[in-house]
Design a protein around this ligand. Structure first.
Ligand code: FAD
Length: 288
């Protein structure tokens, strides 16, 4: 039950939503409600004004534009998992979205909500980092494009200002011979990622790795790029020993979380194993 009183607004445009956000310091955007409503029921979020952006239908679109796939903030996990453009070019994102919770959660929860909430165990931040996506936000001062690597700041922390709205996420379509994959070790009850790894690999004509990007979620206070593993992979032929050696570096320099679900040692091992699986599948797909 939600016990505190609040005002509900449902603007039809982004401009009106931005104005509504400015009316009180205790305002919250409502998207799919699958993170915010549970927090309100627990009394952990008590907004004075709830700004429901569900009527801004343009924010649900998934489109191709200037060599990028642009995913509206209100695209649900389910619509992302089912989109043919995303399946063809951003497979790791499709797989991450398909792995979120259950059908009900996937049908209501949105990518914008997931990235704004920034739960350290959320799935979509991993491919967002690995594809070097840009998060487009609009606030009272206008529009800002935030590169994914500057966006995630830690547990429930992002570069988003309180009165800014995530409007879309722009994923550059990987060029040339490339492949991607998402490998996850899911919490058995909630489905959240205890560890999730998204890998994006680009190959040269001779089969050596030209580009490698690995985004990791669930393992640490926030999602991160496994840069030591990426460096270890580039220039190799991505054979089993090269992939193993790179995956072994995927947790390098990062403090692993330790909680009732998994110790830091176990999480480190999960990162290694899932980095190997994600890279292997990405390479296989790049080879075609
Ligand atoms: P909301 O709950 O509406 O909002 C969440 C927060 O983001 C709020 O603070 C809100 O103000 C803010 N916000 C929302 N949209 C915007 C926007 N466009 N701009 C700025 N701020 C915004 N997630 C996973 O990743 N993996 C899982 O396996 C998983 N399992 C789940 C299982 C259950 C049972 C439940 C209830 C949730 C689970 N989730 C999981 C979380 C789910 O994916 C949420 O839908 C998602 O994290 C938040 O999206 P939402 O649209 O529901 O956002």
């Amino acid at each position: 039950m939600i016990t505190h009183p609040f005002t509900y607004e449902a603007p039809a445009t982004i401009d009106d939503a931005v104005k509504a956000l400015g009316r009180s310091r205790e305002t919250k955007i409502l998207a799919g409600g699958h993170s915010l409503i549970p927090l309100m029921k627990l009394g952990l979020a008590e907004p004075e004004v709830l700004v429901d952006i569900g009527r801004i239908t343009a924010l649900r679109d998934i489109r191709s534009e200037d060599g990028a796939i642009v995913v509206g903030a209100l695209a649900t996990h389910r619509s992302i998992a089912d989109d043919s453009k995303i399946a063809a070019t951003l497979r790791a994102l499709a797989e991450a979205a398909a792995s979120v919770g259950d059908l009900q959660v996937r049908s209501r929860g949105t990518i914008g909500g997931s990235l704004a909430h920034a739960d350290p165990a959320a799935d979509e931040p991993a491919p967002t980092l690995a594809f070097d996506a840009t998060i487009r936000v609009i606030g009272p001062k206008g529009r800002r494009d935030i590169p994914a690597r500057e966006y995630f700041k830690g547990t429930f922390e992002t570069a988003l200002a309180p009165n800014e709205i995530v409007v879309e996420i722009r994923f550059p379509a990987p060029a040339g011979r490339s492949g991607s994959a998402y490998a996850k070790f899911a919490h058995p009850a909630s489905g959240f990622a205890i560890v999730g790894v998204a890998a994006v690999v680009g190959l040269k004509a001779d089969g050596t790795v030209e580009r490698a990007a690995i985004g990791v979620t669930g393992a640490a206070a926030g999602p991160f790029r496994a840069t030591a593993a990426e460096r270890a992979l580039v220039g190799t032929r991505a054979d089993a020993s090269a992939v193993d050696a790179a995956a072994a570096k995927a947790a390098d320099g990062v403090t692993m979380l330790s909680d009732l679900t998994a110790s830091s040692e176990f999480r480190k091992q999960l990162v290694t194993v899932h980095a190997r699986r994600a890279v292997e599948r990405a390479v296989e797909r790049a080879r075609g």
